[in-house]
Design a protein around this ligand. Structure first.
Ligand SMILES: C[S@@+](CC[C@H](N)C(=O)[O-])C[C@H]1O[C@@H](n2cnc3c(N)ncnc32)[C@H](O)[C@@H]1O
Length: 297
């Protein structure tokens, strides 16, 4: 296993982490995003590091080209080093130290943090163990979806779809507050296997069904539709492509929560959904990664 460390500002590292987990096949996953320096003053952006893992030694110049094609700002990202690691599960090992994350009432933790869990009344604990599926809550897209979900907890839909579920963190959160039928799908079969484990670990298997599917292309999705709440935390391009399928599978007055788009891609995603009969009704404004909530008219 080879570990590669990249360095840059927070927005660069977050964008690179999405590139490695979503758009690049060569890296196992981008697992660890952390700040290197101590904050000097409030709001200062700091220096961040991202560690990626691959079975083969990565071709850094080729990766750098792909990174800048993915997003211009990634032309500035620094490659710090690539080192070969002894044969242990480094992905799990590096996720061990990630720590507890709070998003609204949701408190996400791994088995290694079980003793650090706060015990406030009203907290909703979600256990997501170290693994290869995206969705530990440490990326602002996941955290943003959970925060906005908590604000709309009163909506109480009948049928929910978590499209691109990764670890199934959003489906589990929705099951904990809504206790309704939830279909959690992902194009990646390995993520779906991990999602199923997480669903069980969180005692949500009465509500959440996991399924491997590309977008809406599966008869189980067609049979379960129409949904009155859909999560999709994927990249801007796929989100725009999914808009026609969304309109076919979402009930009137149903809600769609989108994340994974960057601020400068928001207008394009909003027009793709408006063109399909959705209206933007809320958004979580956070640096680089807004989260959008639409209603189907
Ligand atoms: C950024 S992760 C989000 C994971 C989780 N929902 C979260 O919020 O943390 C996006 C996930 O979408 C999946 N994905 C990408 N394109 C997809 C598609 N066309 N259909 C289904 N899943 C897809 C990826 O495999 C990945 O697990």
């Amino acid at each position: 296993m080879f570990k590669t460390t990249w360095k840059g500002n927070r927005a660069e590292m977050e964008a690179a982490s999405l590139f490695f987990t979503e758009a690049d096949e060569t890296m196992e996953t981008a697992v660890s995003l952390r700040r290197l320096d101590k904050p000097v003053e409030e709001g200062d952006d700091g220096v961040w590091a991202l560690e990626t893992y691959a079975e083969e030694a990565p071709d850094i110049p080729a990766l750098r080209e792909k990174l800048s094609a993915f997003d211009d700002m990634l032309a500035a990202i620094e490659h710090v080093e690539t080192e070969e690691l002894p044969d242990i599960d480094w992905v799990a090992h590096s996720l061990e130290g990630l720590g507890v994350v709070r998003c609204g009432r949701f408190v996400l933790y791994g088995v290694h943090d079980a003793d650090k869990l706060p015990d406030d009344e009203g907290d909703i604990a979600i256990r997501i163990d170290a693994n290869m599926a995206f969705g530990t809550g440490h990326h602002p897209t996941t955290a943003g979806c959970l925060t906005l979900l908590d604000r709309f907890a009163g909506f109480a839909p009948k049928k929910v779809l978590d499209l691109g579920c990764g670890s199934a963190v959003l489906a589990i959160a929705a099951a904990k507050i809504w206790k309704r039928q939830i279909l959690a799908t992902d194009i990646d079969a390995d993520s779906v296997a991990i999602a199923a484990e997480n669903v069980e670990l969180n005692d949500t298997d009465d509500y959440v069904i996991t399924l491997t599917a590309d977008g809406f292309n599966h008869k189980t999705i067609a049979e379960a539709a129409p949904f009155d709440f859909v999560f999709a935390n994927i990249l801007a391009g796929p989100l725009a492509e999914l808009a026609p399928g969304m309109t076919d599978h979402v009930a009137k007055n149903g809600r769609v929560m989108l994340a994974g788009l960057m601020s400068e891609q928001e207008a394009g995603v909003v027009s793709a959904y408006e063109a399909q009969g959705f209206r933007l009704i809320n958004r979580l404004d956070q640096p680089t990664w807004p989260v959008l909530l639409f209603v189907k008219l």
